[in-house]
Write a protein that binds this ligand. Structure first.
Ligand code: GLN
Length: 566
């Protein structure tokens, strides 16, 4: 059907009700689409599920392009509060996006771009722009077919640009939300146009297990899947998130209500680590089910698959080996929410796997230290190292500075990430250089000694219009430093900041052995700072945690974890 439809649409001489823009040279069936919906509730780990399944397809030699749809009206995630929505992830091209893109990058070991992320705000923004340009030929611009048409175009463009065998689409939110219903509708249309063998629908759902009953209940899952079916989407596979393995009985029940054979109703119960999920899906045959649906069984590279699977298993088997354990401290505000520091926790897990240790985290609420209620030595009791992560604003900053002072004086490994570098410079200026009033203009706008400041002239030099410096930049590293030991002479890393070290004070700091070992190749932007003679005292203006991958731990994190073990 799709073929005929697209042919008729291509004929621009006839007026019709369709709006199906297709990229030039697009071939139906060249790319297969796997679309993942969430039912019952959000927070089920659609991104982890989607990444894990995509990983299994990547092992078979297929090229994967993941994409996430977010229904909200923000154009990107830059303005979202990480304590509400999870951390803001940053891509090489400076796109500020949902943390799930970090999951895709880590699992698939590929670098993503703005083409892998679509929000409601972004699609409407472009549609309204096009409308003003008169691109809709006198038509009333409608959700169907125009909004859905642009969404499908975005997907097909991604497929073309990456020459993808599989596009994995994660539809954010939960089926039934107003925010994502036009995305769901677009996917229904996509399946019709692309044809039966080219689109796989997966419903991720949740099986309740209330403590007072002590048994699994499938009703919520049934209702969730029913509303997906009501939107015209018949899932091929149902993945049941649950605390414990989902029983045969419950899987059968879900199967009866959903027209999905019971072998394709799979249990995705809680695992020790997210990196165990691919094995769980493989054991349930999910990857082979996908191949069957899209009729690609004979295209899989079984040799490659065997070898890559072995490598993956040898990595994940380390998760189960009994290992040493260490505890490190992470300072932060609202430290309750693990999602707001997802990349840091991942980077620590990767570094721990390669250093042969499990890394436990003690969260340190620095506002208590700020207020003098708690002393740093109390707060940091039992930790082998300290991380001061990225952050914004005044709250808790003095407490963080007190923790950095403690780490510096007591020779405790310290890793500063972005704000962590800035606060380390302030601490050093105050307590070692003797500049008592040193501060950041972010914390104290009228400070007499602005060690950290916004430097608009540098921003202009770099030609960045926005007020944050975003995305990947090169860092040139000084020989003979700790950074050089870890990275060699240069590295590319991702930034997201507005303030930086004021070049006026560099000499004074360096004289006392606070060394700027990584700089911008052209401009006086300090990108790595370290302390000479300390066991491990390293900080970066960039966010190294965004570049860590399970098979390739990030050198700063690996160095830090190893130093903590010593
Ligand atoms: N608030 C600091 C700045 O804007 C640090 C930002 C961050 O840690 N990402 O420069």
């Amino acid at each position: 059907m799709g073929e005929e439809l697209l042919k008729s649409v291509a004929d621009k001489t006839v007026e019709h009700e369709y709006y199906i823009p297709i990229p030039d040279n697009y071939k139906l069936g060249r790319t297969k689409y796997v679309i993942i919906f969430g039912t019952v509730m959000s927070g089920l780990g659609k991104g982890i599920f989607s990444s894990s399944l995509a990983k299994l397809m990547q092992f078979k030699g297929f090229t994967i392009a993941p994409i996430k749809f977010d229904g909200y009206l923000n154009i990107d995630a830059g303005t979202l509060n990480p304590y509400r929505h999870g951390e803001v992830f940053v891509l090489d091209d400076g796109t500020e996006c949902d943390m799930d893109l970090g999951t895709y990058e880590r699992f698939l070991d590929i670098d993503l771009t703005k083409d892998n992320y679509l929000t409601g705000g972004k699609i409407f923004n472009s549609i309204l722009g096009r409308e003003r340009e008169g691109k809709y030929l006198g038509r009333d611009v409608q959700f169907i077919p125009h909004v859905t048409g642009e969404i499908k175009l975005f997907l097909r463009n991604l497929a073309m640009k990456r020459n993808a065998d599989f596009v994995f689409v994660e539809v954010g939110g939960t089926v039934g939300d107003i925010e994502n219903n036009y995305f769901i509708e677009a996917m229904r249309e996509l399946a019709y146009e692309e044809g039966r063998d080219n689109v796989v629908f997966v419903a991720l759902t949740y099986v309740l297990e209330p403590g007072f009953l002590g048994e699994q209940k499938s009703k919520a899952a049934q209702l969730g899947i029913r509303s997906l079916m009501g939107a015209g989407i018949q899932p091929h596979i149902i993945a049941c998130r649950a605390r414990n393995p989902v029983s045969q009985r419950v899987r059968e029940k879900i199967s009866v209500f959903s027209n999905v054979p019971v072998d394709k109703v799979i249990s995705v119960h809680d695992a020790e680590s997210i990196y165990e999920i691919p094995a769980l899906l493989k054991a349930a045959g999910t990857d082979e089910h996908v191949l069957d649906i899209v009729k690609l069984r004979d295209k899989a590279n079984r040799e490659k698959e065997k070898q890559l699977w072995k490598e993956w298993q040898s990595l994940t088997s380390k998760l189960r080996q009994s290992r040493k354990e260490i505890t490190i401290g992470i300072t932060g505000k609202y430290t309750g929410l693990r999602d707001s520091y997802a990349s840091i926790l991942n980077a620590l897990e990767h570094a721990g796997l390669h250093a042969g240790t499990k890394v436990n985290v003690k969260w340190i609420e620095t506002t208590d230290i700020d207020a003098g209620k708690v002393k740093p030595e109390q707060a940091l009791k039992g930790v082998k190292g300290i991380i001061v992560p990225g952050g914004f604003g005044k709250r808790g900053a003095e407490g963080k500075i007190a923790c950095i002072k403690y780490a510096r004086e007591k020779n405790i490994p310290f890793l500063g990430l972005c704000y962590g570098l800035q606060l380390a410079a302030i601490e050093f200026a105050r307590n070692v250089v003797g500049l008592k009033d040193a501060n950041s203009t972010e914390i104290e706008p009228n400070t007499k000694i602005p060690i950290i400041d916004t430097l608009p002239e540098q921003k202009r030099l770099e030609g960045l219009g926005g007020n944050m410096r975003l995305g990947a930049q090169e860092v040139v590293i000084k020989k003979g430093t700790l950074a050089y030991k870890l990275y060699g002479d240069k590295v590319k890393r991702r930034f997201r900041h507005r303030y930086e070290v004021n070049p006026k004070y560099i000499e004074q700091l360096e004289k006392k052995r606070f060394i700027f070992s990584g700089k911008h190749p052209k401009y006086p932007i300090m990108q790595i700072a370290e302390l000479k003679g300390h066991k491990f005292f390293l900080s970066s203006q960039f966010h190294p945690e965004l570049s860590s991958r399970p098979m390739k731990p990030e050198p700063m994190f690996l160095g830090f974890v190893k130093a903590c073990l010593k």
